[in-house]
Design a protein around this ligand. Structure first.
Ligand code: RB5
Length: 145
């Protein structure tokens, strides 16, 4: 059975969402697309909550959220209990988001110019392992706040 990834976006991130889906399908994942497509508009907090609830009630590897900057939708996701959403800016933050923070969501901005491609950031996040040990202690503290 294919591993599942949930994704949601607002109108500020349709192109990047499509690029992400294409790449992840090529890598063999099943994508649950809860985002909007061409000519639709949405409020990013609603999209964040929909995707987080889907993630919490289904067996997903992780989730992805995209808005114009990635900021609003990641802030909203991080208010949902159990969610750790990392707003990525390059391949290094993609690696650390997994190795140190074991993020269960990552976020991107559709209106941001990244120095590393979104495909490279996705690969880095997926192919990095969580470091455990002291990082788990810090995550436990973070999640108990
Ligand atoms: C929507 O225009 C825009 O505000 C949203 O996509 C996002 O950038 C918010 O953080």
């Amino acid at each position: 059975m294919k591993k599942k990834i949930v994704i949601a976006n607002d109108h500020g991130a349709i192109e990047i969402k499509n690029r992400i889906i294409q790449h992840l399908e090529k890598r063999g994942f099943e994508i649950i697309n809860l985002g909007v497509d061409q000519d639709q508009s949405a409020d990013y907090p609603d999209k964040a909550v929909e995707a987080c609830n889907y993630f919490l009630n289904n067996n997903c590897e992780f989730g992805i959220l995209c808005c114009g900057t990635g900021i609003g939708i990641s802030i909203a996701a991080n208010k949902v209990k159990g969610i750790r959403c990392a707003l990525l800016s390059n391949s290094y933050t993609a690696e650390m988001a997994k190795n140190h923070n074991n993020a269960n969501f990552i976020a991107f901005g559709g209106r941001i110019e990244y120095k590393d491609s979104v495909e490279d950031m996705l690969d880095k996040f997926i192919d990095t392992e969580f470091g455990g040990e002291r990082h788990q202690r810090r995550i436990d503290k973070m999640m108990s706040i």
